[in-house]
Write a protein that binds this ligand. Sequence first.
Ligand code: NAP
Length: 379
Amino acid sequence: MAKNISILGSTGSIGTQSLDVARNLKIRVSGLSANGNLDLLEEQAREFMPKIVAINNDSLRDELKSRLKGLPIEVLSGLEGLKAVAAMDEVDTVVTSIVGIAGLIPTMEAIRKGKDIALANKETLVTAGSIVMSEAKKYNVNILPVDSEHSAIFQCLMGNNLNKVSKLILTASGGPFRGRTCEELMEVTLKDALKHPNWVMGSKITIDSASLMNKGLEVIEAKWLFDISADRIEVLIHPQSVIHSMVEYCDGSVMAQLGSPDMRIPIQFALTYPDRSDNEFSKLDLLKTRSLTFEEPDLNSFPCLGLAFDALKTGGTMPAVLNAANEVAVGLFLEEKIRFIDIPAIIEKAMEKHQKNKNPSLEDIIEVDRDTRDMILNK
Ligand SMILES: NC(=O)c1ccc[n+]([C@@H]2O[C@H](COP(=O)([O-])OP(=O)(O)OC[C@H]3O[C@@H](n4cnc5c(N)ncnc54)[C@H](OP(=O)(O)O)[C@@H]3O)[C@@H](O)[C@H]2O)c1
């Protein structure tokens, strides 16, 4: 069980819920970081009294310093600040809850300093899964999934032989546009897309859930976490979000993990692993759930999922292109500069233009990420 943690992205949806778990379990929080949300970071720093707080936006460092004046807290900024939060001596586990590829370098820093990782930042594994997993092995670090689907699979694999797995079944709620046709999706607005039926999350992942790119990113994340090929990962739409994912074994047995749609449950499990702890979170009431239903994903209306499978099968730098193009396209959609249906079109075009590098280094991946963003924004 984690005793002393730091949180990269403490002001976000996963970050604040991780603090909730730390508060309940009385886990010491030694480091906090945010991008620009000074007010919340200050409030968190005053409550948890970490040793270091880091704000990514350098221009906000002095303001944060003056707000925390007189407290025994070191205030840092920029990438160096994030890396310092990732690398603190007293910390045993780093919760990586930054959104996007911005989480990659700080996560690598934590791994290289031998910290266990409670991993929410799926983009880290999507873009650089091969490097991240081999570094984790080298530094003897546990990568503990926070994503509810991967936490479910992780739990269904415990005590079992990975060689006897026939397939992983990732469930997806289907998002707010489940059942819509391509024509209907031409009309949807940002407000519609931000209304997730079951989960309250940050804006980027909420849009990814509406486009099914979130499930695509999770397929790639699952490949690296569980060392399994794309053809043995299946996606099923399960609108109730009660079964968080499943593992089918060679003898036909299917193991599933169920629970309320509350991210604090998988966060807590990542922090208490291999143990479990009591909590006051709402428990699943199956009588109220009544039915559990399943559908095949509609790849016509939601091409992002198919694009993610394509990127995974192509390998090399292609998943980094998929991710960068998606981050840019989602950003443009959040600014209401493009339509919802333009998201997959932008990603597909970026992937078509890319010449993949088969065995990229971390630097190659960062360069491909930057080039893809530039290409889309300066087209
Ligand atoms: N939310 C969920 O339920 C959920 C479930 C599973 C997996 N995840 C994954 O967890 C990650 C975080 O998701 P979220 O929903 O918690 O996102 P979020 O609410 O948008 O929070 C993102 C966090 O990252 C910080 N941040 C943003 N850009 C940054 C940058 N360039 N450098 C440093 N810090 C930066 C933000 O700081 P500011 O607040 O200052 O902007 C905030 O603390 C994502 O990878 C997501 O896919 C989320």
